[in-house]
Design a protein around this ligand. Structure first.
Ligand code: HQG
Length: 181
């Protein structure tokens, strides 16, 4: 991805996950906003986007961060939200036996006390495979991958959701469902 596309991707992540009000837009409860309106508002706030550029970012995003609506008119972030405007009605899914959470070693002591918590975001993010989890952990420092006993959690009534881009979501992971190797 070119530097320009990365910059647009970061801008879209910021607006569509965290701070839509920064350019005077409101997302609907499912996180959608009209693309033309987004472009217009971004322009008012000094960001020169085109629909072609946005679609290129969506297409080339390694993590498929953004989803375009079936009619091609709207865009949303697939997951990762912190804005209170959004409460996506994710469909509940049955998780595999294990899921993985990539984090940094410096968080481990705290995680051992509290389990996994969502922090500013709405959900704890889990990956289907260890390699992806390792890449997520690297963003924060020296990575470490925790195994989550997701099937047992599910059997005990915890809900799991699968975002448009394959990221698994759950509200919290209590310590007893974490495997610390
Ligand atoms: C940690 C990326 C201390 C948690 C990825 C993580 C993901 C605790 C950090 C998405 C804790 C939060 C989200 C506790 C959890 N004590 N630390 N009790 N419980 N943590 O960025 O999961 O590239 O909000 O382990 O692909 O790292 O941005 O969450 O290290 O899907 O598109 O607190 O972001 O996508 O960090 O990543 P984050 P995350 P993008």
């Amino acid at each position: 991805m070119s530097i320009e596309l990365v910059k647009v991707s970061k801008f879209l992540s910021y607006i569509l996950r965290h701070k839509p009000e920064a350019i005077g837009i409101t997302l609907d409860a499912d996180g959608w906003v009209n693309i033309d309106f987004l472009i217009q508002q971004a322009y008012q706030h000094g960001e020169d986007l085109t629909k072609e550029l946005i679609l290129e970012v969506v297409k080339t995003s390694d993590k498929k961060r953004f989803t375009i609506s079936d009619d091609g008119l709207k865009i949303r972030a697939a997951q990762g939200h912190s804005t209170e405007q959004v409460d996506i009605n994710y469909i509940e899914q049955t998780p595999p036996e294990f899921l993985y959470h990539g984090t940094a070693t410096r968080f481990i002591e705290s995680i051992k006390q509290q389990g996994l918590i969502a922090g500013n975001r709405h959900y704890v993010h889990l990956s289907a495979d260890e390699q992806t989890a390792n890449a997520v952990g690297k963003r924060h420092g020296k990575p470490i991958v925790l195994k989550v006993r997701s099937s047992i959690m599910y059997q005990q009534g915890f809900k799991f959701y699968l975002a448009d881009n394959g990221v698994w979501l759950t509200k919290t992971v209590p310590i007893n469902f974490l495997v610390f190797d």
